[in-house]
Design a binder for this molecule. Sequence first.
Ligand code: 2HA
Ligand code: ZN
Length: 270
Amino acid sequence: MKRNIAFRDLKKEIAEIAGFLWKKSWAEKNAGNISVRVDDFFKVHNGKWKEIKILDLPEPFPLLADASFLITATGSRMRDLAKTPLANMLVIRIHADGKKYSVYFHKKNGNKNLKPSSELPTHLGIHQLITARGSREKVVMHTHATELIALCQHPQIKSETEINRILWGMHPETIIFIPKGIGFVPYLLPGSIQIAEATIEKLKKHDLVLWEKHGVFSISKTLSDAFDQIDIACKSAKIWFMCKSAGFEPEGLTNEQLKQLKELSEKFNQ
Ligand code: 2HA
Ligand code: ZN
């Protein structure tokens, strides 16, 4: 019974966060995708879902054997997810061999013609990294966060050092909530294994990953936390752009101020 309520809460939170992504203008047309690990829920609720097909994974994900994920469908719009999440999502269950997966649609609200997100390799690669390090994040979120995309369109802002110097310097809370900073992946083809691999490498050392001229990936225990990380980074980028638009160079925080804040964040995260 308790699990029923939890699934209802998850659905509600997906709808709420998808609505925020749309209202932030980070989710034009079908931009962005979300996956949530749902092993426990799916064991309880699998009667409500119908298997559509079995597919080969683009590469084996042995650590994800028997794992289940609720994932946005390719082509689905965040503004539609905000109204009817299950009509725009699928469950995928990785088989015990880690090489195939089953796709399920929700019998009552879903649609059997849906296909999983085009960024599936990156989502699964990130979930496998989370499993490998034994951490508890369940949510992977990708969105076209306008302010961060604009930042890496600048011809001189092409490195992690420069991006994080700017973002951390604009507001004290940025280094507190994003202490490992943003990893930067120079432009690669969306949906490819190459972009998935580059993203996973960056997430080993960073809290968020920015895809050059495309968007951002965030991982967290909850949808709200994954959204907040992106929102905080965007707030800093926005302050930087406002200062530049007003015609002055933002001062930023000093190295000493950032060092103090980092120590504070280490205390928070202990
Ligand atoms: O879901 O954002 O990167 C559409 C995309 C692909
Ligand atoms: Zn995208």
